[in-house]
Design a protein around this ligand. Structure first.
Ligand code: UT7
Length: 312
């Protein structure tokens, strides 16, 4: 665990600044031997155990991550091997922090068409390896973690009711890791310039996020005829409590029905929504038949919302 007090000793920042501007108090940092695939595998095992489904019954594994173990093979393939899910196809989704919502929407297509019965969607990130620990404008924000969900068939009026996927690719440079890809393969000079680290224009991403986090769920709710009072739990991407507060004011969903754990985990990118979902379910805050809305935004820029009637 890395607290704000720890960060005060690393960069020119303060607990007061971080708490007031972001709501974050601490974040989890993975051990050296842990990776996106090992954390994702652990989350997947917990999801499979909870559902009572053995790995060999998995049809597909979709892993959302921006910090995969390697460029290739995909982290989903590494997890398929670690889980012993030999009957499953496996691929990664790169949609930044919105990756889990993108993954759910893809998974639901396979279930709805009757193609597959068991699709695992995982969000897993080891952001600590792309964090520049000397840059106070970003290093206070992020943490490591993983979460997973297993999708299967259910009655047509339950499960995933609808979704929206969006992107504003013109804002791609606002949040990126510039080096290490085909555009700028890593060189000694690139490493010295920190091109391997995440870079962000925080103010511009903030404006985009506040807009996306209210407009996208509002559109999905309007399309599906869901009123704010019917929402049992809204789970936004956990990036910054100020972004969430601004968005929910406009959405009219009462704050006690908006899940938040950013104070304990920081921003874990694609893992943030499944971690929050798993906590909310574990705490008994989501019951069978509840309307649950997941909504995220992130690098790309991307945004997305998924509305569901909970089965379980
Ligand atoms: O998953 C998507 C990921 N991205 C996000 O969600 C980020 C969205 N953006 C944000 O959350 C906010 O923009 C931040 C939390 C990153 C920054 O908050 P802000 O209120 O937009 O601050 P700012 O960037 O406007 O900076 C205000 C001041 C600056 O000093 P000057 O130029 O006014 O003297 C910064 O240098 O705060 C300074 N500052 C800090 N001070 C202490 C920036 N970072 C820190 C820090 N500690 N860690």
């Amino acid at each position: 665990m890395l607290t704000n007090a720890d960060l005060e000793r690393m960069v020119d920042t303060s607990d007061e600044w971080i708490t007031e501007r972001t709501g974050i108090r601490e974040r989890r940092i993975a051990a050296d031997h842990e990776t996106a695939s090992t954390m994702g595998t652990e989350a997947a095992r917990q999801a499979l155990d909870a559902a009572g489904v053995s790995p060999d019954r998995l049809d597909l594994i979709i892993t959302a991550t921006v910090t995969g173990d390697m460029s290739f093979p995909s982290t989903a393939c590494l997890m398929q091997a670690a889980l012993g899910a030999g009957n499953a196809g496996a691929f990664d989704i790169g949609a930044g922090c919105t990756g889990f919502v993108y993954g759910l929407s893809v998974a639901s297509q396979f279930i709805e068409t009757g193609t597959y019965d068991h699709v695992l969607v995982v969000g897993t990130e080891k952001l600590s390896v792309i964090t520049n620990w000397a840059d106070r404008t970003t290093c206070v924000l992020f943490g490591d973690g993983a979460g997973a969900a297993l999708l299967g068939p259910c009655d047509p009026d339950r499960g995933i009711l609808g979704f929206e996927l969006g992107a504003e690719g013109t804002g791609g440079d606002l949040l990126c890791v510039p080096g290490g890809g085909s555009l700028r393969p890593l060189t000694h000079e690139g490493l010295d310039a920190g091109e391997q680290y995440l870079r962000m224009n925080g103010r511009e991403v903030f404006k985009f996020a506040a807009r996306a986090l209210s407009d996208s769920p509002a559109r999905v709710m309007a399309r599906l005829g869901i009123s704010p009072s019917e929402v049992a739990m809204l789970i936004p991407h956990q990036a910054n409590s100020r972004i969430t507060e601004a968005a929910i004011k406009r959405l009219n969903v009462p704050s006690e029905r908006v899940y938040s754990n950013v104070d304990r985990f920081g921003n874990t990118s694609a893992a943030s929504i499944p971690i929050a979902l798993s906590e909310a379910v574990g705490r008994g805050l989501i019951k069978d038949g509840d309307i649950v809305i997941l909504t995220g935004f992130g690098a790309g820029l991307t945004y997305g919302t998924c509305a569901m009637k909970w089965v379980g």
